[in-house]
Write a protein that binds this ligand. Sequence first.
Ligand SMILES: [Zn+2]
Ligand SMILES: [Zn+2]
Ligand SMILES: [Zn+2]
Ligand SMILES: [Zn+2]
Length: 771
Amino acid sequence: MDLPVDEWKSYLLEKWSLLPTSIQLTISTAETLSDIFLQSSLLLQPQDEMFLKRLSRGYFVGKDPEAPLFYREEGNKKFQEKDYTGAAVLYSKTCLIDIMRAQTHGYPERLQPKIMLRKAECLVTLGRLQEASQTINDLESNFTAKPALADSPFHILQRNLHHLKIKIQEKKNLTEIFPAALAKAFEDMDLREENEKISSASSSVSLCTDPLKGRYLIATKDILPGELLVKEAAFVSVLTPGEMQPLHQALDSKWSTKVTNGDLYCHQCLKHTLATVPCDGCTYAKYCSQECMQQAWELYHSIECSLGGLLLTLGVFCHIALRLTLLARFENVGEIIRKLCDETSLKDISLPENKNMVKTLNYGQGESEENGKIVQTPIPGCDVNGKYENNYYAVFNLLPHTENHSPEHKFLCALSVSALCRQLEAASLQALTTGLKCSELKAVATPDFCPDLDIWGVAMLRHMLQLQCNAQAITTIQQTGSKENIITDSRQVRLATGIFPVVSLLNHSCSPNTSVSFISTVATIRASQQIRKGQEILHCYGPHESRMGVAERQQKLRAQYFFDCNCPACQTEAHRMTAGPRWEAFCCNSCRAPMQGDDVLSCGNRSCTESISRDHLVSRLQDLQQQVKMARELLRNGKLEQAVRRLLGCRHKAESFLSAEHTVAGEIEDGLAQAYAALGDWQKSATHLQKSLQVVEVRHGPCSVEMGHELFKLAQIFFSGFAIPEALNTIQKAEKVLLVHYGPWHDDIQELRKMKSCLLDLPPIPVGPSM
Ligand SMILES: [Zn+2]
Ligand SMILES: [Zn+2]
Ligand SMILES: [Zn+2]
Ligand SMILES: [Zn+2]
């Protein structure tokens, strides 16, 4: 997803392996990114470009006249399967396209009013109210201009029009409440006091550098859990396409009917929306509104639009690299592009890291002597006044770690970027010769803006290499399970990849002291625990101690981020060297004590002689996981009694060899809780969920966001069962935990508060009834 598709990757790796050693050596030992790029792009042959073009065509993103019919049929299927979300998305893909086509292809004039009314209806259903109103206005002025239309069907039309207007007003009233709530959410998220030296950060932190750690943030005062430390809009973000399938892989159908994130979220602002406005030029880009479409077009999409298939083939990192350079046009253009275009300074900024290290060392001292005067050396990425901001200059200064990447990887990135440059060049040449859309591509083609696409290429290569360590996944919590489920289950999904120059200042820890969440493309970082003055602010790059063991974390961090993690979690775990965490532990069949050992495990209880091979236990575990999966399937299909029976069976098996805190044991309890909730047995449901809660607590800690989600579920169960004291108690706990991670305006917190006020407003009930 991040890197190019496998076919292109293996094609280039093979090309690399066939290169003469002397050329490989030239590229491997190239001094600057500029040299790496120029040496590699010389090797890009027309047949390579042809191969890439063929691959790109597989990711069809142009408009196809047959698509609407197909989508409508698939929409009907989804509707019958009660997948209403899927159906709505597929219908919206077709309806408006049909109407627009009818209008442009000489639809009989007397039928025009009818079709415009249909269009307005569609737009109202899709929640695009402004456009609906506009269509109605057009329709009405059509009537005044052509009184001949006012024959008999006109009256019916007039009546429908009237109803539609009322509907629009009603919907407008409804939606007006929502933005107010959202605006408030952003207000609350404002930093109490913005940092004078670091934009988007609170005054409770400050920026430091040191030769070993690079740049990092420390607390300038004691910080309490939940305090907002960073609130930063992505400098750039690119929606993760989801599971896109190239055509040759999806043999059975020409178009994918799978509803991916690309269909559900605005490609510009990442807002969730069922009724997206598609780009006029491609089927890939979709937006929540005309405004977002317009904004995206002006910022970058006018140039990306015709490159859709190629960008999907080259992967998200390449796409971000292109968009970054496109965005750079709007900012400090004079300064940065001049720097970029100036060959000497280009060499300077793309120096290999070992020389940069010397520079960093100097920076680390914070000051140097010049003509006998002490001069404060600026921290990289800061402006002349020492201020660090969310801008292209800061992005450009993020480290590409050039010397850490393998030569093959640099070759892969350089050739992908140079293929992209050739496409841009071809597109701008074509625009110049045909005179079409010339103004749109002017930015690329105008000589005085950028004399040489190679300069862009070098910048893009730098960005691609930076992304491996600096890309931030933008995630959201997606509710899973059907609407009928009483307990909402949720999972974190990756929506987009972005660059946040300020968030990038934070170093990693496997047990971080902050928590990150997103609204739209804005990242917020809150303290997840008390942080003392002078302590470093740390967040987790992915490998968290509650998700993987120390060896796996160390390996992942070394491979992707090029460092050996030395965080407290890694230090203590490496010392302990136990059989692994409790949520993966096996226990003794006869006495329930934990089993210990490597290939052969023996009971930790000295008076017990049980022993068993690890392979045997692992295969039993896999068996059990399969059965749990099947039980969950039954649950999803509403076969509740069967699901309960199967889950109880699984539970019995789990008790014979898994520790009570094993993740799979937790999953079984969670499944039972859901099944009993659906059956209306609140008491049993709560009992099982409390057991699942214990497993989550052992694994993720009592104040973790995961714990918050579990407590939220438990509160829902108590609430539905009218167990008022228990519900109030659990709501309070859930609120306390989730507030720290999300702040007061998050949906879950709002929901909890609604539940609370509802319970408190209930008339007093003499004796606690059902629980
Ligand atoms: Zn949007
Ligand atoms: Zn487009
Ligand atoms: Zn660590
Ligand atoms: Zn035993």
